[in-house]
Design a protein around this ligand. Structure first.
Ligand code: HEM
Length: 210
C-alpha cells in the first residue's frame, strides 16, 4: 500500500505542477501538454511516454486496491468473532473514510479522463488545446463542475492525509515524537496538493484565467 501510494503521490505532484502552468498563459499550458506527448523522442514514439505513464498508473492503482483487499481480509481474519459493540470514535475522519474515499477518487478519475483526456464530456474537447478545454470546463455557468471537482479533490486530500501518515509509519517511522512530525508532514503535503489543484478551477470560475 505504502509503495504504490507514494508513487501515486509523486504523479499528483507532477500533475499539479503541470496544471499550475495555466497561470503562465494559454500558450505555456498547451506547449507543456504537447511537450508531454513528445517526451522521450526520438527513443519513444509520439505519446509513447504518456502510454508508459498510463500503464504505470494503472498497475499502481490496481496493486494499491489489491493490497487494500489483502489488508482488510487480514484484519478480519485477526478478529473472526465480530465486535458485538463497536465504539463510535475510532481514528480520524480521514482514517475512517479510506475505503469509500478511494472509491470516490476512482470514480472521479474515470469522469476526469472522459472530461479532459478524451474530451467526451467536455464542452470543447479539443485534444490540441487543453487550455481551452479547462477554461470551458470551469466556466461560471458550469459551477456544478467546479463543485464536483472540489468535492473530489477534498476527498483526495482526506485520503492522502491518512495515506501518507500510514505509509511513513509502514516505511519505518515509529517513535512517539516522530508520530507528531509524520502527522504534520501528512497534513502539509495534503494541503499543498488540495490548494494547488483547487486554484485552477477557482481561477477560471472567478475570471482570473480566461
Ligand atoms: C482541478 C484539478 C485538475 C485539473 C485542472 C486537471 C487537468 C488535467 C488535464 C488538462 C488533463 C489532460 C492532459 C493532456 O491532455 O495532456 C488531465 C489528465 C489527467 N489527470 Fe488531471 N487535473 C486535475 C486534477 C486531477 C486529479 C486530482 C487527479 C487524480 C486523482 C488527476 C488525474 C489525471 C489523470 C490520471 C489524467 C490522464 C493523464 C493521461 O492522459 O494519461 N487529475 N488532467
Amino acid at each position: 500500500m505504502a509503495g504504490t501510494g507514494l508513487l501515486l503521490v509523486l504523479f499528483l505532484f507532477a500533475h499539479m505542477a503541470g496544471n499550475l502552468k495555466i497561470f503562465v498563459g494559454a500558450e505555456a499550458f498547451d506547449h507543456y501538454a504537447h511537450w508531454l506527448r513528445d517526451l522521450g523522442a526520438p527513443l519513444l514514439p509520439h505519446t509513447g511516454f504518456l502510454w508508459l505513464q498510463r500503464a504505470g498508473l494503472t498497475v499502481a492503482v490496481l496493486a494499491h486496491i489489491a493490497a487494500a483487499v489483502v489488508l482488510a481480509r487480514r484484519a478480519r481474519a485477526a478478529r473472526p468473532v465480530r465486535y458485538a459493540h463497536r465504539p463510535k470514535v475510532q481514528g480520524s475522519y480521514a482514517a475512517r473514510t479510506m475505503r469509500w474515499g478511494g472509491v470516490i477518487i476512482l470514480l472521479f478519475v474515470v469522469f476526469h479522463i472522459l472530461d479532459l483526456t478524451t474530451g467526451t464530456v467536455n464542452p470543447v474537447g479539443d485534444h490540441d488545446h487543453p487550455h481551452a478545454n479547462v477554461v470551458a470546463d470551469f466556466a461560471p455557468g458550469r459551477w456544478y463542475v467546479t463543485l464536483f471537482y472540489t468535492l473530489a479533490i477534498v476527498a483526495v486530500g482526506f485520503h492522502l492525509r491518512h495515506g501518507i501518515f500510514s505509509a511513513l509509519r509502514t516505511l519505518g517511522q515509529r517513535s512517539a515524537r516522530g508520530e507528531r512530525i509524520t502527522r504534520a508532514i501528512a497534513l502539509v503535503v495534503s494541503l499543498v496538493l488540495v490548494v494547488g489543484y483547487l486554484c485552477v478551477p477557482f481561477a477560471v470560475l472567478t475570471g482570473l484565467v480566461k
